[in-house]
Ligand binder design. Sequence first.
Ligand SMILES: [Zn+2]
Ligand SMILES: [Zn+2]
Length: 167
Amino acid sequence: MTDVSGALKNPGSSFAFSEALEFEPCEIMGDVLRFEDAALSGLLFGAEETVSIDAELNVTVRAHCARCLEEVACPMRVQVKADFSRAPGEDEYPIAGHLIDAGKAAFDELLTQLPMRFLCREDCLGLCPVCGSNRNKSLCTCLEGAVRPNPFSALNVLLHDQNNKEV
Ligand SMILES: [Zn+2]
Ligand SMILES: [Zn+2]
């Protein structure tokens, strides 16, 4: 929580602020995301009964690669603009006493900025659909084998294609 008594007492002036934040892990699109080293810094602007922030959130998101399932650490930088009020309207956050929860506003903004999926690298080869090995680490020969006339090869290729479309 951030103390905004200075901003409330001095309408029209701005105050620099910065704070470390803790975000709980959360499940998104079947993956559990963890958040490390979250820090918010920027400016607070006071008005009569409201406070606005214009700040930057820096955070490392730990997720899993959508193709090979390895852990991915993704540093993110997100602009956070939010309004706080003693009588919050639809797009405003509350001011409780002289405290605001800037972390809540920052987390809400972060959620809107997360990529649809995380990849360990753009050209990640993913898991072999036959043996399940990580094809970035060891290129198995399963898919080469599937080229041989084999009643299951077409199915394997088909499943592989479907898996690729789903991620
Ligand atoms: Zn990967
Ligand atoms: Zn394989």
